[in-house]
Design a protein around this ligand. Structure first.
Ligand code: CAA
Length: 258
């Protein structure tokens, strides 16, 4: 399972766990790591035995950003022609729910990778920021867009223009983070959340993810219409019959993923 150099890939039941593993560089996202994370997510996403994915880093760093040493001498023509970082966009095509478990630094591309996940569980040690401006660049993996949608214009401008970092508590208060937990409990809580998700009906979880994501792409009226149609379609599944029967019969549901 671990034919990777910069990440570790594990399975905990129906949960796939990707651990960023470049400790010498605080998990800076170089091109190999980008290729490996995308390949690992796509592999898990296409595996019907996987119902949720966790992406995590180390105690010290989720990821300290794109690899500055690798980028430093690139020319405009190179980054433009290669469309640098476009590979990361493939993570948003994943249909399996993805939880980011963040401890320590999540800066620049690290913060952006966490935001590419469906929600973030943060250790109380987590530090988020978009410090690219201090390097003479701007966010390049969606930070200016996803951070603004998550925390609003005021805080996104503050973080992108000053390059300051924000702690876990501020990140939760601002809506960037779903939960903050003691650092020692981070992986356990993230795995518990992912295991709960993976115990649901996979197609229904995919529909819930798709419906929430649609809200970022469309008007309220269109989004509600989309949600209603998808809600109606859940009645075509055996899992809707099972979920409601289990409630009425006062027992736990047994979802079959169909
Ligand atoms: N790229 C490459 N190497 C990095 C790195 C990065 N983003 N972040 C840290 N490292 C390396 C350091 O160079 C250092 O390696 P050496 O020992 O070989 O010098 C090692 O990781 C440990 O880092 P520090 O010694 O700097 O550790 P620290 O505890 O003193 O500081 C830090 C930690 C504040 C996170 C600091 O490392 C830092 O500021 N890192 C850069 C953060 C940053 O600017 N991120 C944005 C990158 S640009 C980007 O991400 C663009 C985009 O949107 C796509």
């Amino acid at each position: 399972m671990n034919d990777f150099e910069t990440i570790l890939l594990d399975r905990h039941g129906r949960v796939g766990v990707i651990t960023l593993n470049r400790p010498e560089a605080l998990n800076a996202l170089n091109s190999l790591l980008m290729t490996e994370v995308v390949a690992a997510v796509e592999g898990l996403d296409h595996d019907p035995g996987v119902g949720a994915i966790v992406i995590t880093g180390s105690e010290r760093a989720f990821a300290a950003g794109a690899d500055i040493k690798e980028m430093q001498s690139k020319t405009f023509a190179e980054v433009y022609t290669d469309d640098l970082f476009t590979q990361w966009d493939r993570l948003s095509a994943a249909r399996t729910p993805i939880v980011a478990a963040v401890a320590g630094y999540a800066l620049g591309g690290g913060c952006e990778l966490a935001m590419l996940c469906d929600f973030i569980i943060a250790a109380d040690t987590a530090k988020f920021g978009q410090p690219e401006i201090k390097l003479g660049v701007i966010p390049g993996i969606g930070g200016s867009q996803r951070l603004t949608r998550a925390v609003g214009k005021a805080k996104a401008m503050d973080l992108c223009l000053t390059g300051r970092t924000m702690g876990a508590e501020e990140a939760e208060r601002s809506g960037l983070v779903a939960r903050v937990v003691p650092a020692a409990d981070l992986l356990e809580v993230a795995l518990e959340a992912a295991t709960t998700i993976a115990s649901m009906s996979l197609p229904i979880a995919m529909m819930a993810k798709e419906a929430v994501n649609r809200s970022f792409e469309t008007t309220l009226a269109e989004g509600v219409k989309f949600e209603r149609r998808v809600f109606h379609s859940t009645f075509a599944t055996a899992d809707q019959k099972e979920g409601m029967a289990a409630f009425v019969e006062k027992r736990a549901p047994k979802f079959v993923g169909g």
